[in-house]
Design a protein around this ligand. Structure first.
Ligand code: FBP
Length: 552
C-alpha cells in the first residue's frame, strides 16, 4: 500500500463545505438573470460567439427536477498546478453521482493532450477517495496544450462520443477557460450535444470579476509563500546582515505579491500595476529601492526584505514595448529563429529586427536577461516570466546604485543581498480549508450546471468571506468575461485578466501602510497553514478577498 503522511490520512476524512443550494445534491432549480454582454469589444465577441454570447447568469436554489438521467462527464486539468484541483474533481464526482448514481466521470490525462490523444482513466470512488483534500494535480496530470484548432475540436468530439460523454469540465486559468468557451461555441453552433463548463483555477489570482470572487489555489499558495517570507523576515531580523530580494510567482498580475505583503508586512513590495501606471523605468525602480534601503540604513538597519512580482518586467513600459516587439518577431519568424544554434546569432537576429529605440533598451540589459527574454513562449504565446531572474537583476542593479550613492556620501551603510524565488513551492500544497471548501463547491456547482443543461459557463461560488451557509452557487457565461487582445502577433478573443486595481481596497490598504513598513521592522509571521484547531486560525480567507468584500 502507498505510504501516506499522518496529516494526509487525517485530512482525507475532511468533509468540505457546500453552499446551501447544493447540500441536498446537484439537482437544483436554476434561476436565470438578465442577458449578458462582454467585458470589452462586445460587437466582436458577439460575432465570434454567436451561439453562446449573451446567455444569462444563473443562480442555483435548492429543488428542481426530482430525477436526472445518468451523465458521463469528462474532466481535464489545464495549465499550472493550483492547490485544490483534486477537490474540484471530487466535487464533480460527488455532484454527478447525486444527479444519478449511474453517472460516470472520466479524467483525461495530462490536460488537453489526453483529450486530443484519447488517453483517459475512469475516475471511480477509490481513486477519488485517495485524493480528497490533497494538493497537486497528479490524479490525472495537467498540461499547457492549447485546445484551439478544428482538428482538436473534432478529436474532442470523437473521443467524447466514444465514451458517451455529454459534458466536459475544463479546470484552468484565463487562457484555458477561453478555450473552453471556443469549444462550447463550436459544439453548440453545430448542435453537437456536448456541454462545456469551466472552473476558475490559478494561483495567480487574476481570473476574477464581479461573479468570480477568486481563482482557486490563490489562497493556499499565498499562505505557503507568506509562511516562507515570514521565516525569512525573522531570519533577516535575527542576523541583521542581509537584504532579501524575493521574487514571487504570478505571471502577470501582482495579486500574489500584494497578498503576501498584506500578510507579512515586508519593507519593500513592488506592485507591477503601479509601475505601469506611473510609467516607471527600470532605473526609477532601482532608485526607489536604493533610497528605501539607504533610509533604513540611517536607522541602523542594514537588512530587510523586498518582494518582487514575477510579472514586473512586462509592466515596465519600455520593457513591455520590447517584449511586445520580441513576441511579434518570434511569432512571425519562429522557424528561422529556431534554426539558429549560436546564442550570439540568436541575439543578433532579434536585435537587428528591433527599432532603434527598442534595440537601445535591449542592449542596456545584461546578456543573461536578453537571452531569457528570447526563450520559447508558452503555447499561449506568453513570455515565461518565471524563468526571468528579475530578483537577481534588481539585487545587482540596486547594489551598483548604492555604491554610486556611497561614493557621493549619500549611503553610509552596508548592503549585502540574498535572492529567492518562491513559486513552485506553493502550487501543490495541501489546500487550506478555504480552498478545500471552495474547490469542492466549484466542482459540485459544475456538476449542477451539467445537470441543468448549460454550456459555455464558468462555475461560480460566491459570498465566500461569509460562513458556507451563506455561500451562493451558479454559473457565469464565459463570453461575459471576454475582450479582444493581441496575442502571438494576432488579435484574439480572451478572458480579460484581472490586474491589481490601484483604486481597490487591498492596494489602498497597502499604500497607506507601506512607508511605515519600509522604515520600521514591522514584520508579521503567519506560520504554516493550519488544518485542525480553532476556527480563527483554520478558516481564514485571504486579506485580498477580505478587503475587497468589505467595501461592498
Ligand atoms: P496558470 O496561469 O496556468 O495557473 O499558471 C500560473 C503559473 O504558476 C504562473 O504563476 C507561472 O508564471 C507559470 O504558471 C509557470 O509555468 P510553468 O508551470 O509552465 O513553469
Amino acid at each position: 500500500m502507498k505510504k501516506i503522511s499522518p496529516l494526509q490520512a487525517k485530512r482525507a476524512a475532511y468533509q468540505p463545505k457546500l453552499p446551501p443550494a447544493l447540500t441536498a445534491g446537484a439537482i437544483v432549480k436554476a434561476v436565470e438573470g438578465k442577458a449578458t454582454t462582454a467585458a470589452g469589444d462586445a460587437a466582436k465577441i458577439k460575432k465570434l460567439f454567436p451561439a453562446t454570447y449573451g446567455s444569462p447568469e444563473v443562480t442555483f436554489q435548492m429543488g428542481g427536477a426530482s430525477k436526472c438521467p445518468a451523465v458521463n462527464v469528462g474532466v481535464i486539468l489545464s495549465g499550472g498546478q493550483a492547490p485544490g484541483g483534486h477537490n474540484v474533481i471530487a466535487g464533480i464526482f460527488d455532484g454527478i453521482k447525486s444527479l444519478n448514481s449511474r453517472s460516470k466521470l472520466y479524467g483525461f490525462l495530462r490536460g488537453p493532450d489526453g483529450l486530443i490523444k484519447n488517453e483517459y482513466v475512469e475516475l471511480k470512488k477509490d481513486i477519488i477517495d485517495d485524493y480528497r483534500n490533497t494538493g497537486g494535480f497528479d490524479m490525472i496530470g495537467s498540461g499547457r496544450t492549447k485546445l484551439e484548432t478544428e482538428e482538436h475540436f473534432q478529436a474532442t468530439q470523437k473521443h467524447c462520443e466514444a465514451l458517451n460523454i455529454s459534458a466536459l469540465v475544463i479546470i484552468g486559468g484565463d487562457d484555458s477557460n477561453t478555450n473552453a468557451c471556443l469549444l462550447a461555441e463550436y459544439f453548440k453552433s453545430r448542435k453537437i450535444p456536448l456541454q462545456v463548463i469551466g472552473c476558475p483555477k490559478t494561483i495567480d489570482g487574476d481570473l476574477k470579476n464581479e461573479n468570480i470572487e477568486t481563482s482557486f489555489g490563490f489562497d493556499t499558495a499565498c499562505r505557503v509563500y507568506s509562511e516562507l517570507i515570514g521565516n525569512i523576515c525573522r531570519d533577516a531580523n535575527s542576523a541583521k546582515k542581509y537584504w532579501h530580494f524575493i521574487k514571487l510567482m504570478g505571471r502577470s498580475a501582482s495579486h500574489i505579491a500584494l497578498e503576501c505583503a498584506l500578510q507579512t508586512q515586508p519593507n519593500i513590495t513592488i506592485i507591477s500595476e503601479e509601475v505601469a501606471e506611473k510609467k516607471m523605468t527600470l532605473a526609477d525602480i532601482v532608485d526607489s529601492m536604493a533610497e528605501a534601503i539607504a533610509a533604513r540604513s540611517l536607522k541602523g538597519c542594514n537588512f530587510g526584505v523586498a518582494l518582487i512580482p514575477e510579472g514586473l518586467i512586462e509592466f515596465i513600459p519600455e520593457m513591455k514595448k520590447l517584449i511586445g516587439a520580441l513576441n511579434d518577431i518570434l511569432a512571425k519568424e519562429a522557424e528561422e529563429f529556431k534554426k539558429l544554434n549560436d546564442l550570439d546569432d540568436s541575439l543578433e537576429f532579434v536585435r537587428v529586427r528591433l527599432s532603434k529605440e527598442l534595440a537601445k533598451v535591449f542592449n542596456s540589459l545584461p546578456g543573461g536577461i536578453q537571452l531569457q527574454l528570447c526563450m520559447d513562449r508558452d503555447p499561449h504565446g506568453n513570455v515565461q516570466v518565471s524563468q526571468i531572474e528579475t530578483e537577481k537583476l534588481l539585487a545587482e542593479m540596486v547594489g551598483k546604485r548604492l555604491k554610486e550613492m556611497a561614493a557621493k556620501k549619500q549611503f553610509k551603510g552596508k548592503f549585502s543581498s540574498q535572492t529567492h524565488f518562491f513559486g513552485y513551492e506553493g502550487r501543490c500544497a495541501a489546500p487550506s480549508n478555504y480552498d478545500a471548501d471552495y474547490c469542492y463547491s466549484l466542482g459540485y456547482t459544475a456538476a449542477a450546471l451539467v445537470g441543468a443543461g448549460y454550456t459555455g459557463y464558468m462555475s461560480s461560488v460566491r459570498n465566500t468571506t461569509q460562513p458556507s451557509a451563506k455561500w451562493s452557487a451558479g454559473g457565469v457565461p464565459i463570453t461575459m468575461m471576454m475582450n479582444v487582445e493581441r496575442r502571438h502577433g494576432a488579435d484574439k478573443p480572451v478572458i480579460r485578466k484581472a490586474l491589481c486595481e490601484l483604486e481597490g481596497a487591498p492596494f489602498k490598504f497597502f499604500a497607506k501602510n507601506r512607508a511605515k513598513w519600509a522604515l520600521e521592522t514591522d514584520y508579521v509571521y503567519p506560520g504554516p497553514i493550519q488544518y485542525f484547531g480553532p476556527s480563527e486560525v483554520c478558516d481564514l480567507v485571504s486579506k485580498t478577498l477580505e478587503l475587497e468584500q468589505k467595501k461592498k
